[in-house]
Design a protein around this ligand. Structure first.
Ligand code: ATP
Length: 222
């Protein structure tokens, strides 16, 4: 900035293991989105190393990055990011478009993912015919359909009311129990309470990396 280097993240040393359930929290500007973008292979760190599924990301070219993003990362955004003119089924099939698979197989995979999020009866609906919570379920199905190594949610309940937030967090809890690796960026304490591990960033550094009390999570029926 203005000829000066600004480090959004510094000295970050993290190991996220399979089936981890992580919340990344911290004040505005602390580096949460930057870290999320690196985890999701949308940004490459200017120095250092990031291994996703044992693969070194820093040395990849754009085509390899696009491939690893598509195969290994399931993104879930605050504003859902569904294609408005595509049906629910077509939205969920979309990440499979690059796979050399027959349409019927892609449809079956998408239907399974939609069944998993409780939307098997909405295949032909369009996003504007769904509630916010249902739209986020479609987005979660779309993230799940490629069976990614990691599910990344950027404020995934930020646009939802508290009841719907609870429903979506229950779904994340279930997906975690089923073996998924989940990382959520959030500024809401109740979301962080659902996770097993909470990483707090301050000024681009890990200020705290702690585990939530099991008994407290039990009270949330996690
Ligand atoms: N491309 C860039 N050039 C300069 N500074 C940047 C750039 N991207 C991010 N930053 C700075 O890096 C810091 C971290 O930004 P980041 O968006 O990761 O924070 P955040 O924790 O996600 O914030 P919020 O909670 O407000 O979304 C901020 O101070 C931001 O101004």
């Amino acid at each position: 900035m203005g000829g000066e280097q600004f480090y959004a993240l510094r000295d970050i040393n993290l190991h996220i293991t399979r089936n981890d359930y992580v919340a990344i929290i911290g004040p505005s500007g602390s580096g949460k989105s930057t870290l999320m973008n690196i985890l999701g292979c949308l940004d490459i760190p200017s120095s250092g190393e990031y291994l996703l599924d044992d693969q070194p990301v820093a040395s990849m070219d754009e085509a390899e990055l696009a491939k690893i993003r598509n195969q290994s990362v399931g993104f879930i955004f605050q504003s859902f990011n569904l294609l408005p003119r595509a049906t629910v089924l077509a939205n969920v099939m979309q990440p499979l478009v690059y796979r050399m698979l027959p349409t019927s197989e892609r449809q079956n995979m998408a239907k399974q993912a939609l069944q998993r999020v409780g939307l098997a009866d909405k295949l032909g609906h369009f996003p504007n015919q769904l509630s916010g919570g249902q739209r986020q379920r479609v987005a979660i199905a779309r993230a799940l359909v490629t069976k990614p190594a990691i599910l990344l949610g950027d404020e995934p309940t930020g646009n939802l009311d508290s009841k719907t937030t609870q429903d979506i967090m229950k779904l994340f809890d279930e997906l975690h129990r089923e073996g998924h690796t989940i990382v959520l960026v959030t500024h809401e304490q109740e979301i962080a309470d659902h996770c097993q591990r909470v990483i707090r960033l301050v000024d681009g550094k890990v200020a705290k990396d702690s585990r939530n009390d099991a008994a407290q999570r039990e009270r949330l029926h996690v």
